[in-house]
Write a protein that binds this ligand. Structure first.
Ligand SMILES: [Zn+2]
Length: 338
């Protein structure tokens, strides 16, 4: 088979790799139908996270089951499936509490920008769709593997409730999916923080009611102005830089909550500031698996169309161009088809 391998910053190659094989009786092998490049892949591409050896890359996938191990009972060959970027058993205490991304047996998926993918703990990780999806549903189903599930978790972690005023920091695919999630959970007002016109437009189409272009202290001031000096009830932090985190914390009203899903890079939160802010903070890698059944149903029944975050579709063998386009912000998110 063929797949993407990152060799060094800005050096992603599409190359022959050995076909994955069933290693454990709980594994499945899937043939990828669509995969994509994640904002978190760019941390490696840009050299922010080190690349020490050539490494297969990619963790977002949908596909058709080719083969399952002897112990797999919930999915079977031929089914169209979606799984999280963390494999999980879905049975341990953390999974049962809804935190599958902290599963005691979790395994981070990697090498999914490829023709074939080995999925560990297939029963706990994969969810099959009711039948083979129509082609136009595939981009939206693919977002459930990470970005839409992550946006959903950001909104859940920020405790978005009907009537809430929500601010979303970050206009990447996760932030835009956070807008969808906030709206779906009943937010009355959704303030999207974005400087990029195409992303602003998409945020408004997804249900944002206001756009704030300012950042940092100016962004915080603008949120306060828009909320009668109070601050937002819920803030979704979808970037992971220190600036975006400070902006999120300071945009939240006392008693409000920040849901943070941007992988932190250099974030430093002084305990005393947090103490006096009265702001609740919950985040981490999203337990995407917990939301898959509900989100699949929402996509299947046309209640949400997060696949619109993909503004570039390329054949999988052009994966290097997908990285370049996202790195240069020519694309919000690139979808790859084998
Ligand atoms: Zn578990």
């Amino acid at each position: 088979m063929r797949g993407a391998v990152i060799h060094a910053p800005r050096d992603v190659q599409f190359e022959e790799r050995p076909d994955p094989e069933l290693k454990e009786p709980t594994d499945a092998i899937i043939r990828t139908v669509a995969t994509c490049v994640c904002g978190s892949d760019l941390w490696f591409y840009r050299g922010v996270n080190p690349v020490t050896d050539p490494t297969p890359i990619g963790h977002e996938y949908v596909g058709v089951v080719e083969e399952v191990g002897d112990d797999v009972t919930t999915v079977r060959p031929g089914q169209f499936v979606i799984g999280s970027f963390f494999a999980s058993d879905n049975t341990c205490p953390h999974c049962r509490a809804g935190y599958q991304s902290s599963c005691v047996h979790r395994e981070l998926m990697n090498g999914c920008q490829a023709d074939l993918v080995r999925v560990p703990l297939a029963d706990g990780t994969l969810v099959a769709t009711p039948e083979r999806p129509a082609d136009e549903l595939i981009p939206s189903l693919l977002t459930l593997s990470d970005v839409m599930g992550t946006g959903w978790y950001a909104a859940v972690a920020a405790e978005v409730r009907p009537g809430a005023t929500v601010a979303v920091v970050g206009d990447g695919a996760v932030g835009l999916c956070g807008v969808i999630a906030a709206k779906a959970l009943g937010a009355e007002r959704v303030i999207a923080m974005s400087r990029h016109e195409p992303r602003q437009r998409l945020a408004l189409e997804f249900g944002a009611t206001d756009i704030v272009t300012e950042r940092g202290a100016d962004g915080v001031r603008r949120i306060r102005e828009l909320t009668g000096g109070v601050g937002a009830d819920c803030v979704l932090e979808c970037v992971g830089t220190n600036e975006s985190m400070q902006q999120a914390l300071r945009s939240t009203r006392p008693g409000g909550n920040v849901g943070f899903v941007g992988v932190p890079h250099g974030v430093d939160i002084p305990g005393e500031d947090l103490f006096y802010s009265h702001v609740g903070l919950r985040g981490g890698p999203a337990p995407v698996r917990a939301y898959l059944p509900d989100l699949i149903d929402r996509v299947w029944t046309g209640r949400m169309e997060p696949g619109r975050v993909f503004d570039l579709t390329l054949p999988l063998d052009q994966v290097a161009e997908a990285y370049r386009a996202m790195d240069e912000r020519r694309a919000i998110k690139a979808l790859l088809r084998p």
